[in-house]
Design a protein around this ligand. Structure first.
Ligand SMILES: [Zn+2]
Ligand SMILES: [Zn+2]
Length: 233
C-alpha cells in the first residue's frame, strides 16, 4: 500500500529534519507557531509536520519534495486534520488511513488529547472504554473484574486486527495505551504501521490527577514510570 511512505516517516533523515525544524521555528515566546491557525503549539506531541505537496509513492524518494523545509509546515494535529479535509486530500482515491499509537502514563491525558483531535470518521481503540463497554453497573467506575479480562483482551485484539489490515472506511485510527516498554511499543507500532505519539506529561502532574481518582491510580502511575523505557537515541 503506502509502505514506502510509511518507511520514510520512520527514517532517521525525516526525524532529524523535523527535530531541526522544531528548533528553528520556535518563536520568541518559546513555542512553535502553528502554520495553519497561527496559535502556539503548546505541547510537542500536538505538533505534526505536513507536506504541502503531498507525499506519494512517486515523489517520496525526491528529497526536493520530501525533505524540503519549504514544503513542510508544522501544525497542530487538529489543524492537520482540517487541512486534509478542506483541501480534499480525503477523496476516495487518495485516502490514506493513518494510525497513531498514543502512549504514556495513566492520567497523562491520552484520551483527552485524542478526543480533542479525532474526527467522527476516525476510529479509537482505548482499552478503558472496552472495559466500560462490558462491565456491569455494579462495578466501580474503574473496576476491571479479572473474570472479564480475556474477553476484553479479545475485543482489543479484534479491533487491533481491523486497524492492522485497514478494514473499514475510517480515516485515522488512534490506539491508546500505556506501552511503557520500548520493545513492546516498537513492535506494536511496526505491526500496525503506526506513528508514535508520546503524551509526555510530567510525573507530578499525572500523580496529582491520579490522587483525584483513588490510591490504585497513584500506584499505576508510579508503576508506569518505573517500567518506562524511552525510545533508543
Ligand atoms: Zn493550528
Ligand atoms: Zn499532511
Amino acid at each position: 500500500m503506502n509502505e514506502k511512505r510509511q518507511a520514510f516517516y520512520k527514517s532517521r533523515q525525516w526525524e532529524n529534519l523535523i527535530k531541526l525544524l522544531r528548533i528553528e521555528r520556535v518563536s520568541e515566546d518559546g513555542f512553535v507557531i502553528c502554520e495553519h491557525c497561527g496559535k502556539p503549539i503548546l505541547k510537542a506531541y500536538d505538533c505534526i509536520a505536513h507536506h504541502v505537496i503531498e507525499l506519494t509513492e512517486d515523489n517520496v524518494d525526491d528529497a526536493a519534495v520530501a525533505l524540503n523545509p519549504e514544503n513542510i509546515k508544522l501544525v497542530h494535529f487538529r489543524c492537520h486534520n482540517e487541512i486534509h479535509k478542506r483541501f480534499g486530500y480525503g477523496n476516495q482515491a487518495r485516502i490514506i488511513q493513518q494510525v497513531y499509537l498514543v502512549y504514556g502514563s495513566p492520567c497523562s491525558g491520552k484520551t483527552t488529547w485524542v478526543d480533542s483531535v479525532a474526527e467522527p470518521e476516525d476510529i479509537i481503540m482505548d482499552i478503558d472504554k472496552l472495559w466500560s463497554a462490558v462491565r456491569s453497573g455494579s462495578c466501580g467506575l474503574y473496576e476491571k473484574p479479572p473474570e472479564l479480562k480475556s474477553n476484553v483482551f479479545s475485543m482489543r485484539d479484534c479491533l487491533l486486527d481491523m486497524i492492522r489490515v485497514r478494514r473499514g472506511k475510517w480515516h485515522n485510527a488512534y490506539v491508546i495505551g500505556g506501552y511503557p516498554l520500548q520493545g513492546e511499543r516498537e513492535r506494536l507500532a511496526d505491526s500496525l504501521n503506526a506513528r508514535l505519539v508520546f503524551i509526555d506529561t510530567p510525573k507530578e502532574v499525572c500523580l496529582e490527577r491520579a490522587k483525584q481518582k483513588n490510591s490504585d491510580w497513584t500506584d499505576f502511575v508510579e508503576n508506569w514510570f518505573e517500567r518506562y523505557s524511552p525510545p533508543l537515541p
